[in-house]
Ligand binder design. Structure first.
Ligand code: AQP
Length: 333
C-alpha cells in the first residue's frame, strides 16, 4: 500500500510513572496491532510536555522519559515500522497548541473532567493542566491523524480534538482530517485494584492500585490476591454491585481472549481465591514477554532511536504545520 493510501495513526503516553496494565490493555496493545497492519502509518509519542502539568522531580522525570520509551519498545513498538519520538523534541506541537488555543472557548475547557479530578486530588491549578486537552488536540492534528488508539478516559479529550479540527477547517481551510478514537470493547477502562470505582493510574500514590508492566510474577500474584472485591463469593459481571470482580473479569477476558460470560460461567462457584489465582496467571503469561524484552534493551540504543525519531517527526510535522501557518495568515514572506 502506498504511504498516501494509508490511514495515519497517532497516540501518546505520559512519562508520569511506571507503565501499567490499564494503559497496556486500553491502548498500547492496540498500538502494536496497528503497527503490524499494513493499512496504517503509525506515529507514537512520549508526551513529556503533558507530564509537566503536575508536580515532578526533574532528575526522576529525565529518567522516566527514557524508561517510558524503553517499555514501548519492549511491548513491541518497532522503530523501523513506527515513528517513535519524544514530544518536547518537536517544537511544532507547542506552536500548534497555541494556534488551536485561540480557537478554544474557555467554556469548553471548563467542562473537561480530567483537570477537575486532578485538582480534587490536590494538584496545584496551573494553565498547562487547564489547557492539556488543547495540547493533546495539537499532538493528534499535527500529523493529520485519522485514528487515535486510546483508553476510554481519553474519550472527552478526543471529542475536543475532533471539535477543534472542525472549527479550524470551517474558519480557515480544510487542513485537518477529523480523527476517530479507537477504544477497545473490553478493558477500555481498567480499574484500580485498591478502589475499583476509580481507574488504574500511574499517578495514584498507592502502588498496589496497579499492575506495572515490569512487575515480577510474585508481585502480580500478591497484588491480585489483595485486590478489593466484595463479600458475596459468586463470580459474576455486575459493575454496579461487584466492581472489583467485574474489573478482574475484564482483565482476564482481555488477557486470555475468552469472553466474560465464558469466564463467569467457569469461575461462578469455587470462591474468589481460585478465580484470583487464574486472573494472576493470565496476567503473568501476558506480561512475561515484555519483562524479558525489557531486560535486553540498552539505554544508549533507546536514546539513538529517539534521536532518529525526533528528526523524522520534525520533518513530517513541519510539512503539515506549514499548511496550518499558510491557512491562518502566518505564512512565510
Ligand atoms: N486504567 C486505564 N484503563 C485503560 N486505559 C488506560 N490508559 C491509562 N490508564 C488506563 C490509557 O493509556 C494511555 C496512556 O495514558 P496516560 O499516559 O495518561 O497514562 P497514565 O500515566 O496511567 O495516566 P494517569 O497517571 O492516570 O494520568 P491521568 O490521570 O492524567 O490519566 C492512554 O490512551 C490512556 O487512555
Amino acid at each position: 500500500m502506498t504511504e498516501q493510501a494509508k490511514k495515519t495513526v497517532f497516540s501518546g503516553v505520559q512519562p508520569s510513572g511506571a507503565m501499567h496494565l490499564g494503559g497496556y490493555l486500553g491502548a498500547f496493545r492496540n498500538w502494536v496491532a496497528l503497527q503490524d497492519d499494513d493499512a496504517y502509518d503509525v506515529i507514537y509519542c512520549v508526551v513529556d510536555l503533558h507530564a509537566m502539568t503536575v508536580p515532578y522531580d526533574p532528575a526522576e522525570f529525565h529518567r522516566l522519559r527514557l524508561e517510558t520509551a524503553k517499555v514501548l519498545l519492549a511491548i513491541g513498538i518497532d522503530p523501523d515500522r513506527s515513528l517513535l519520538y519524544m514530544q518536547s523534541q518537536v517544537p511544532q506541537h507547542a506552536e500548534l497548541a497555541w494556534i488551536l488555543g485561540t480557537l478554544t472557548p474557555t467554556g469548553v475547557l471548563n467542562r473537561m473532567t480530567q483537570h477537575k479530578d486532578k485538582l480534587e486530588k490536590g494538584v496545584p491549578a496551573n494553565l498547562g493542566l487547564y489547557s492539556y486537552p488543547v495540547l493533546m488536540a495539537a499532538d493528534i492534528l499535527l500529523y493529520g491523524a485519522d485514528l487515535v488508539p486510546v483508553g476510554e478516559d481519553q474519550k472527552q479529550h478526543l471529542e475536543m480534538a475532533r471539535d477543534l479540527a472542525e472549527r479550524f477547517n470551517n474558519r480557515f481551510a480544510e487542513v485537518f482530517p477529523v480523527p476517530e478514537p479507537l477504544i477497545p470493547k473490553t478493558a477500555a477502562r481498567v480499574m484500580s485494584l485498591v478502589d475499583p470505582t476509580s481507574k488504574m493510574s500511574s499517578s495514584d500514590a498507592n502502588p498496589k492500585n496497579r499492575i506495572n508492566l515490569d512487575d515480577s510474577p510474585d508481585v502480580i500474584r500478591k497484588k491480585v490476591k489483595s485486590a478489593v472485591t466484595d463479600s458475596d463469593p459468586t463470580v459474576r459481571y455486575d459493575t454496579a454491585e461487584k466492581p472489583g470482580i467485574s474489573n478482574l473479569l475484564e482483565i482476564m477476558s482481555s488477557t486470555t481472549g475468552r469472553s466474560i460470560d465464558d469466564l463467569a460461567a467457569e469461575y461462578a462457584t469455587g470462591g474468589y481465591g481460585r478465580f484470583k489465582e487464574a486472573v494472576a496467571e493470565a496476567i503473568i503469561a501476558e506480561l512475561a514477554p515484555i519483562r524479558a524484552s525489557l531486560q535486553n534493551l540498552d539505554d544508549a540504543e533507546v536514546a539513538r532511536i529517539l534521536q532518529k525519531g525526533a528528526l523524522d517527526a520534525r520533518t513530517r510535522a513541519e510539512r503539515h504545520q506549514q499548511k496550518v501557518r499558510d491557512a491562518v495568515g502566518l505564512g512565510r514572506f
